[in-house]
Design a protein around this ligand. Sequence first.
Ligand code: ADP
Ligand code: PMV
Ligand code: MG
Length: 433
Amino acid sequence: MNLTFPIITTAPGKVIISGEHSAVYGKDVVASAVKNLRCYLLVEDISDVDKENVHTTHDLELDFPDLGLRCLWNVEQDLGHIINNKENQISSNAFTIFNQHLSDDIEIFLKNNIVHKETHLSHLHHSACHVFLYLLLHIVPKIKNKRFIMKSNVPVGAGLGSSAAVSVCLVQALLYCMGSEHLSDLKTINDLSLLGEKCVHGTPSGIDNAVATYGKAIILTTHTANGVKMKNLKVMDKFPESLNMLLINTKIPKSTKTLVANVKKLHEKDNNMISSILDAMHKCTQGILSEFELIRILESEESPEFEATVNSLFEKIRINHGLLCSIGVSHPGLEKIKILSDELKIGGTKLTGAGGGGCAMTILDPYASEEKVDEFKCSLIDLYGYDVYKSQLGGTGAYLIDTNRITKEILLDFEKNTKINENTVKLIDSLIP
Ligand SMILES: Nc1ncnc2c1ncn2[C@@H]1O[C@H](COP(=O)(O)OP(=O)(O)O)[C@@H](O)[C@H]1O
Ligand SMILES: C[C@@](O)(CCOP(=O)(O)O)CC(=O)O
Ligand SMILES: [Mg+2]
C-alpha cells in the first residue's frame, strides 16, 4: 500500500434523543448524528525544515488548537520505554481489546511530563493527550514523523459527543498510517474508538462512537446471551419530518467522566432505587421510539390522533428529563431552558449528553406559533447568553479524504489558522458523500 500524506479524517457530533446515562447500564439508547457539527483531523509529514525551525529532533506532533494544546515528542526518547514494554504490545487477536497496562503507563508518563494545575483546561489537555497517545501506541506504535492537527466544530464538553468524534477521527487516521486493510471497515473503527472513549470516561456505552462512526441515527440495545452482554446496533431509517429540533448550548463546562462517576456512586449507594430509575429511563426510550414511529405514519394528515401522539411524545421527554434530574445530572443553567420551554409551551425539552452543563434539546411542537418559538430562542440568547442552533439530524459517519483531494487552500488553513475557516469546512464537506 502506497501511503501518501496529507490526509484528512472527519466524523460527526451527535445528539442523544433518549437514554443517556442509563445506556451505561445497558439500557436502550437512541442518538443521531448532527449534520453541521463535525470534527476534522489532518495528518501530514513533519519536514526537516519544520524541525530546524523549532530546534528539536521531534518526530511526532500533536496540535489541538481548539484546546490551545501543542506537544512535540521524540517517539524513541519520550515513549520508547512504554513501547518496548512487552505488556504494552498489542497482539493481533487482542486488537480491539482495551489494554489497561498501556493506559496506566501513559497516565504515569503524562503525570511526569505535563504541568498540572487544577483547572478545567488542564483536565482537557490531560484527557486529550491520554486518548491520543493511547490510540497511537495501541494501533501504530512504530509511527514516525507525523503531525496531527485536530480542528472541530463540535463544542468541547457540551454533551454533543466531541470526545467520540475525536476518537473516531484518530482511529481512522491511525489505521491509514498503519497501512491497515481495515481502514474503511466501520466495525473496526467503531470498536477501536470505543477504546478512546474508555480513556475519557471509563465505562462508555458505545453510543457516541457508534454514531460518529456510522453516522445517521442509531438505536443501541444490549442483550445477554449465555451470561455475556452483547450490543446490537440498529440504524434508524428516519425521524418524523414534521418535528423540528433546537439544540441549546449553555456553554457551562462539564466533564462526562465526573458525571458518569457521580451516577455510579449513587447506584452503588442505593442499587435498588437507582436501578428502578434506570429501568424507567429504558421504558421512556422505548416509548419515545414507538411515538416516533406512530408520528411518521400519522404525519401526512394532521388528525386528532397525530396531535395526541405528539403530546404523548412530549410527556415522555418530560419524564426522561425528570429522571435525569433525579440522578443529579441536570444543572440550574439547564433547568432555565426547561422552565422557559414549559412556560411558553413550545414543545418537549430535556438535557442531552452527560448533562451537568452543556446542552439541552427541544423538540418543537408543530402547533406552537412562530412568535412563541422566536421568543424562546431570543430569551435564551439575550437573557442567558446561550447558543441556539436549529439542528439538522443525520449525515455521514467516519470518512477519509485522500491526498489528491486536499487542495492547497485547505492545507494552508489547517496549518496557519487556529480555528477552522467556514470556507474550508464547506470545501471539505463537499468532498463527503
Ligand atoms: N477539538 C478537540 N480537540 C482535541 N480534543 C478534543 C476536542 N474536542 C473534544 N476533545 C476531547 O474530548 C474530551 C471532552 O469529552 P467529554 O467530556 O466526553 O465531552 P463531550 O460531551 O463533548 O463528548 C476532551 O477532554 C478532549 O479529550
Ligand atoms: C452519559 C453518556 O450516556 C453520554 C455522554 O455523552 P457526552 O460525552 O456528554 O457527549 C455516557 C455514554 O453513553 O457513554
Ligand atoms: Mg464525550
